[in-house]
Every structure is written in C-alpha cells, then in structure tokens.
Design a protein around this ligand. Sequence first.
Ligand SMILES: *Cc1c(COP(=O)(O)O)cnc(C)c1O
Length: 415
Amino acid sequence: MSVTHDVLEADADVLSRQDPELAEILFAERRRQSTTLQLIAAENFTSPAVLAALGSPLANKYAEGYPGARHHGGCEIVDVAERLAVERAQDLFGAEHANVQPHSGSAAVLAAYAALLRPGDTVLALGLPHGGHLTHGSPANFSGRWFDFVGYGVDAETGLVDHDQVRTLARARRPKAIVCGSIAYPRHLDHAFFREVADEVGAYLVADAAHPIGLVAGGAAPSPVPYADIVCATTHKVLRGPRGGMVLCGSELAERVDRAVFPFTQGGAQMHTVAAKAVAFGEASAPSFAAYARQVVANARTLAARLADAGLVVTTGGTDTHLITADPAPLGVDGRTARGRLAAAGIVLDCCALPHAHARGLRLGTAAVTTQGMGQREMEAVAALLTGVLRGTTEPASARDDVRSLVAEFPPYPD
Ligand SMILES: *Cc1c(COP(=O)(O)O)cnc(C)c1O
C-alpha cells in the first residue's frame, strides 16, 4: 500500500511541475470524489495497486494479437502480464476461456455479437425502458442498427423479469441469441431459466453481467458462467478494477471470441489496463473480497429498506445486489429534480427510466461507499440525509456539511 501510494505521489509531483493546469484538474476531481458521496451504481474506487499498474510504462507497449502471436516485437514481457490476467480470470470465474482485451463493457458485448451473429439476426433482450443497456438494441447504438432486437420486459406489479413473456417471444420470434443482463435490475437473474428457453428455441445465451460480475467474484451472486455461451462483463463496476471489459466462454467458442475482439472489433490491446485487470482479479480472489461483496449487498439492502420506509417506491421492493432503483414521486419530486437537489447536497447518483412509469426514477448503488469502509450504520445516515433533502426537511447546504463530515471519516485514498 505505502509503496504504491509513494508511486502515486511521485507521479502527482511530476505532473504538478510540468503541467500545473492539468494537475489542478486531477486534484480537483480527487477532492470531489473524497468530499462527496459516490452512489452511482456503476462506480467504485480502484486500489492504489490498480492505479499504479494503470499509470505504468506498460501504457507504451503496442501489442496487437495475443500472447505468443503478436504483430509487434518486444511483447515477451507484456505477454506474461496478459497470460496472468487470463489465468486469474479463468480461475476466479471457473471459465474455460477468458479474453481480457475489450476496452469497455460495450466492446465486450460487441465482440460477443460479432462472434455469434450476422447483421439482421434477431436477438431477444430486456427492453431499454425496462433496464436494457444501449448495446441491447438501442436505435442510437450499433446493436439496434445492425440487428433485429425484440424486447422482453418486467412485470408491472412485481418488477421481476416476466418469464412467460420471455418464453412466448422466444417461441414466436426464434431469436439467434437471447441476452440476459441489465443496467438497473436489482435482483438475481434466473440463468437456468434463460438457458432452458435458449435451448428450446436453439438460441445462444449471452449473459451481460457488467454489473453483478464483481458480486459473482465474491460469491455474493449466482454465476452465469455455467449457463451462458458467452458472458460479457466490465472490470470497473463492483469488481473494482480498471475501466474495461472482459469476455468469458467455453473452449469451443474461444477462437471465435478471440477473433471477434481482435482483429474484428479492436486494434492493439491496452497492456497497462490488461495488467491492472490482472491486479484486480488477484484482489478479487482474496477472502477479503468475498467479505466486501457480502457487505455491498447488506449495505444495499439496508439502504433500500430505509428508502422504502421514507415513502420511496423501491422497484421489486428491495434488492439482492449492490443496486437499487426507486421512484421518489410519493415525496412530491421526480427523478431528475431529485438528482439535482441531491447533487447540491453532495450526494451523487443517477436518474433512470423506471419500467411502466412516465417520470424518471433514481438509481443508486453501494459498491463505492462499501470500498470506503462504510457499513449499515452509515447507510442509515445516508438514507436519512437523502430523504430529508428530497422531502425538503433538510436544506441541501446543511446536508452538504453532514455529507462532508461523513465521508471525511472514510477516505477512499490515503491523503
Ligand atoms: C455498464 C454496462 C455496459 C457497458 O459498459 P461500458 O464500459 O460503459 O461500455 C454494458 N452492459 C451493461 C448491462 C452494463 O451495465
């Protein structure tokens, strides 16, 4: 910890001397992250070791191709880093094959489609208004332009995935692939169910586990790996690694997946990021990460319960994961207004589409605050601050002071 911390400080000194203008921006962002409350469900705080790998000279290396088969010379050392990242990912998730090169979660999904589909193929995925990602058929994304997406939804009463609808649509539309995964679904998905439907209609099953993959690593969520033909994921959400993506699959699809990542959709791998992914996989295989994953869920459950007590409508009535979506309408405020008011109080979260609703709701998560060391006691305090601001019983400026003192007790990085 102290070695990597010194590395960070030395880098910061160099930057301040050479480019004070940019250095000030970095310091300001670091201040923002450590003086406000980070409740964005997709964010986390990487370790100083992950940051050290990201800021290393591996960033200089061009490495098109795969270990042992590169288009560039001088790759013998970065090859070791990539092999290590791949082995650690395979061990961590019990996967026969891992590709750690996708630059992002979206790039991982693109690679999965490229490995399995042809333009025009039909794909069944959670509709965007119900929590699907842009890569699940948005007309503004390559997915919606190049494939024929059919959307299933969640039940209006329970908020749970409508299994009957999935089965009916699969039978009627005969998709080439079924996608399970969401940006906003707070419950565990039933991977066995999706596998059964995919088998019945002869479709591939793609699990987009960008959000829960970190909980899977820590044993706090069921793994899609035994069920899906391809699992796509990010490495920067609950998993707490560098910004990037990853694809897991069985050995029979390994070659197709690798060719779909490079050369089909990407050029050279970012070796500093690949090395940082190896560091994160190492961290996630430690027993302390399992404790972290359990605490993330316990914190989210407490927060969800207190928000419901205060009158917000929590989708599905709670959560199994790090993620909560809720409608603040009963407090007389819509999601967009709520996000603005909370930002003024230093509480940073997203608004999101709510299934079967017209106004937007709130989406929040506990991955970052749990990394900081906050527990259920702090979640009670966070819920009280948040609902006080939304109700108008706490002035944003006074909540801002309380937020500042709360987060000061849990610095994300040593000062
Ligand atoms: C976050 C997310 C992605 C995309 O990840 P990026 O790194 O932002 O491209 C894709 N699918 C799902 C379900 C996600 O939650």
